[in-house]
Design a protein. Structure first.
Length: 453
């Protein structure tokens, strides 16, 4: 039976930012969990459809089973995670955990991972009620699927309900195709639109993050006129300094276009993988998130917190695949669509490799910078950077099976294999094990593995 989407046909738009808000802003300062200040743990979940969702789900499950002893008490390592930055397929897992916590391990597999999404999409489009909605110029297929996600996956939740209490600060990332920039769903980014993120549906952010063109049209955000938070001092300073080859200048130049409401009344968002398919450099290490001061990671750390952090773990969960093209194996000449696909893959693979390498350099530089400015009696900041990919599977036949997995309509055994692999790759990671060792050695914390299934 065809599926219907509840509610009227008007597209949900972002609301204007008021002078005051009853809810704390969706930013680092308000939403970082209250866990141990000596640890700072960042997870990044890549794109790659349901394949990426399942792999990142497996990593969260493995962290749930890892326990460390802090000041004589056992704690799940998962509860020490501070930030999850995600893009496209990885954003579904991140958002679900950020909203529902451990419920992720109860129903996410059946509710999301095992769903045949191409078939579901077809059913949604075929519904006569939804077809009538699509006749409106203000409603497109992306709006339609965002409504479905809102009803069936995310229970109508908004950002006011995301990352509360002990849950990590979740950053969902899309691409601002107006200005060729990563767009992170955090209040600092919404300030530039004079808009309040708290009232925005999480489902629409996740949909924006995973809209691969041309299958889905961009989702739009309204750019409201002048407000007290629209102009950021760091943007003006970067434009004045004119360090033309710096990333700060490039980002500031793009963001400066937000300031003219008449020139850019709407912002158009598409798949986050267009600019950063690993979901960490464009968001976690962005000048937008840190008020222009990435060296201090000013958005996440005030002076007091910065003085306490000792052990940093960054885990990148990369579900990118490298399958051989049939035409390359057969020796046939690729057609136009095959050439276009291969060209897109080449650009994405190169960008992802560069983003991972640059993110690693920036995190290590940040740790060294903080250590250098500390008094001699303070411990150094140790940064451990783990990248989990299918390329780490030693057995070539097994690796080929993972590289051949599609982005949607996975079988139950494929979902379970990816879930198990996420934990396996994490445990095999040298950087992850070094982090556990450094925590034990430098702080006298003990690590052990929980025996729960």
């Amino acid at each position: 039976m065809a599926l219907a989407i509840s509610g009227c046909s008007m597209t949900t738009l972002n609301t204007q930012l008021g002078e005051t808000s009853l809810e704390p802003a969706y930013d680092f300062e308000s939403r970082l969990p209250d866990n141990d200040d000596r640890l700072f743990i960042v997870l990044a979940f890549s794109g790659g459809g349901t394949r990426a969702s399942a792999l990142s789900y497996g990593v969260l499950n493995a962290l749930r089973q890892e326990e460390i002893t802090i000041d004589g008490k056992d704690h799940r390592l998962l509860d020490q995670v501070d930030v999850i930055s995600a893009v496209s397929g990885g954003s579904y897992t991140a958002a679900y955990y950020g909203l529902f916590g451990d419920r992720l391990f109860e129903d996410f597999r059946e509710r999301f991972l095992l769903r045949n999404w191409p078939r579901t999409y077809g059913w949604v489009l075929a519904n006569p009620v939804n077809m009538a909605k699509l006749a409106s110029p203000d409603f497109n297929r992306s709006d339609l699927m965002a409504r479905f996600l809102d009803d069936r996956i995310f229970d109508g939740k908004t950002f006011a309900e995301l990352s509360l209490g002990a849950l990590p600060f979740v950053i969902i990332n899309a691409t601002d195709i107006n200005n060729s920039l990563t767009f992170s769903f955090i209040q600092q980014q919404f300030d530039l639109l004079c808009s309040d993120l708290n009232s925005y549906p999480v489902s629409r952010a996740v949909m924006a993050s995973s809209m691969v063109p041309p299958a889905f049209a961009p989702l739009r955000l309204r750019n409201y006129p002048e407000c007290h938070d629209k102009t950021k001092p760091w943007i003006n300073q970067a434009l004045q300094d004119r360090e033309l080859l710096s990333r700060k200048f490039a980002v500031a130049q793009g963001l400066s276009r937000y300031l003219d409401h008449e020139e850019m009344p709407f912002l158009n968002l598409a798949d986050g993988g267009i600019t950063d398919n690993i979901g960490v450099r464009g968001s976690m290490m962005s000048p937008v998130a840190h008020r222009g001061d990435v060296e201090k990671m000013a958005g996440a750390f005030g002076p007091e917190a910065l003085g306490k952090v000792e052990h940093v773990l960054v885990v990148l969960v990369n579900a990118q695949v490298y399958p051989p093209y049939p035409w390359a194996v057969s020796g046939d000449e690729p057609g136009n669509l095959e050439t276009l696909e291969a060209s897109f893959d080449a650009a994405l693979n190169t960008l992802t490799t560069e983003n991972i390498a640059q993110a690693r350099r920036e995190f290590l530089a940040w740790g060294a910078n903080i250590t250098q400015k500390r008094p001699p009696d303070r411990p150094e900041v140790s940064v451990h950077f783990a990248t989990l990919t299918f390329n780490q599977v030693d057995d070539s036949a097994r690796r080929a099976k993972y590289n051949a997995l599609p982005t949607a309509a996975l079988q139950s055994q494929e979902v379970d294999a990816l879930t198990a692999l996420g934990g396996e790759l994490l445990e095999q990671s040298e950087a992850y094990q070094q982090f556990l060792d450094s925590v034990a050695q430098l702080t006298n914390w003990e690590t052990k593995t929980d025996t729960r299934p």
